[in-house]
Design a protein around this ligand. Structure first.
Ligand SMILES: Nc1ncnc2c1ncn2[C@@H]1O[C@H](COP(=O)(O)OP(=O)(O)O)[C@@H](O)[C@H]1O
Ligand SMILES: [Mg+2]
Length: 386
């Protein structure tokens, strides 16, 4: 049993509350990513699970066991740090064997486990080298190897790829996904501020937000699968954090609400229909409409349903797609991400059509109105059927 439960957990350093009201369940064998902006408390939360920080309040369980008072070594967790934390005077082999020696593991078992980890990570030919003779990617592999040899129930990664260059980061990301497949029993918790890494790796994302004032900080903004968070963000923070470029937000007014959804009017007087539950709101309510740049489809003059027009300010071509920068009455720039084949002119206005189910509406408190249709499903296929 390697499930992890946090029940009403909080962390305070002196008078500053760094984490508040953390309720969390990570299932057996799950790959869970703690995602959020810098300083929101991701590392602190990971360190509380590792036993490097104590909980100020609440309970931590690993399996069925309360772990608040357990020493790090008793928790069957292994942590991989961003800065590798290797011993510079020891060889790769000695670095990986060190923890096992300390735990008085028999010599033959140490040899076997280090050999196996080196094989999995393809660093067998590096065992005699010192850390300074390794590249960044190789060092990170050794750090991961040191975690593997301990045969932990839970792997904890704190931004392990942040020190690597972009190409290597993508490569190591797929290696970490492979590692998860090689140890399907182990749960993994992976901290990152990088939404692409989170979307690529996670079964479950825990998106943390920093509080608005200096006293109260990190809390959970939403927990769910990558696509749940992308298609069904619960609030403006989640909607704006995931996706690049960010979701466009436009002020709108509610003009009609029925069982099927809401009709809203933009400042430019165009109206859009959004299939969300809005029956509890008065006509005239001020709302925020959310539209992702990649969901804006340029259409011809003849199309009149579910459309709005904007003047074009600038274009950026990237080959595969283009960003169109559109004029907005408010300060916030509006961006459409369209196929590069789209012909646009900097003189005219462009008309966009938006599928109703791809629109989002948020109330004055910033909470999303509930969608009436299920979120689009992720693509899954059975590899054995190929
Ligand atoms: N030992 C500490 N004492 C006081 N404040 C701390 C300590 N460790 C972390 N913090 C504060 O807690 C907040 C969250 O830090 P951290 O968990 O490192 O954030 P993240 O990993 O999300 O960037 C930050 O404001 C940080 O300054
Ligand atoms: Mg951190």
């Amino acid at each position: 049993m390697t499930s992890i439960h946090l029940d009403n957990a909080a962390k305070r350093f002196g008078r500053a509350t760094v984490l508040n009201d953390i309720n969390l369940e990570i299932e057996d064998g799950e790959f869970c990513v703690f995602l959020g902006p810098s300083g929101c408390g991701k590392s602190t939360l990971l360190r509380m699970i590792a036993g490097i920080e104590t909980l100020t309040q609440g309970e931590l369980k690993i399996g069925d066991q309360r772990m608040n008072e357990a020493l790090p070594a008793e928790r069957r967790v292994a942590m991989v740090f961003q800065n590798y934390a290797l011993y510079p005077h020891m060889s790769v082999y000695e670095n990986m064997a060190f923890g096992l020696k300390q735990a008085k593991t028999p010599k033959d078992q140490i040899v076997e486990r280090v050999g196996e980890a080196a094989r999995i990570l393809q660093i067998e030919n590096l065992l005699e080298r010192k850390p300074k003779e390794l590249s960044g990617g190789q060092r990170q592999r050794v750090a991961i190897g040191r975690a593997i040899v301990r045969q932990p129930a839970v792997f904890l990664f704190d931004e392990p790829l942040s020190n690597l260059d972009a190409a290597l980061r993508v490569h190591m990301r797929t290696e970490i996904a492979n590692l998860h497949r090689k140890f399907p029993e182990a749960s993994m918790i992976y901290v990152t501020h990088d939404q692409t890494e989170a979307m690529a790796l996670a079964d479950k994302i825990v998106l943390l937000r920093a509080g608005d004032d200096v006293i109260t900080k990190g809390s959970i903004a939403q927990t769910g699968s990558p696509l749940e968070l992308y298609h069904r963000p619960k609030n403006l923070f989640v909607a704006g954090f995931l996706g690049s470029p960010s979701m466009n937000f436009l002020p709108v007014t509610l003009v009609a609400a029925s069982e099927d959804g809401a009709r809203v009017k933009l400042d430019s007087d165009e109206e859009l229909f959004v299939p969300v539950s809005a029956g509890h709101l008065p006509i005239g309510a001020k709302l925020t409409l959310g539209i992702r740049p990649e969901h804006m489809t340029p259409v011809g003059e003849a199309v009149t349903e579910q459309v709005f027009s904007r003047a074009l300010n600038a274009v950026e071509n990237f080959g595969e797609y283009s960003f169109l920068y559109l004029s907005e009455s408010t300060d916030a720039p509006m961006i459409a991400k369209v196929s590069d084949e789209t012909e646009v002119s900097l003189r005219g206005a462009i008309k966009f059509q938006i599928r109703p189910e791809l629109c989002h509406l948020f109330d004055e408190a910033g909470d999303a109105l509930t969608h009436l249709n299920p979120a689009p499903k992720s693509i899954s296929f059975d590899a054995t059927a190929l």
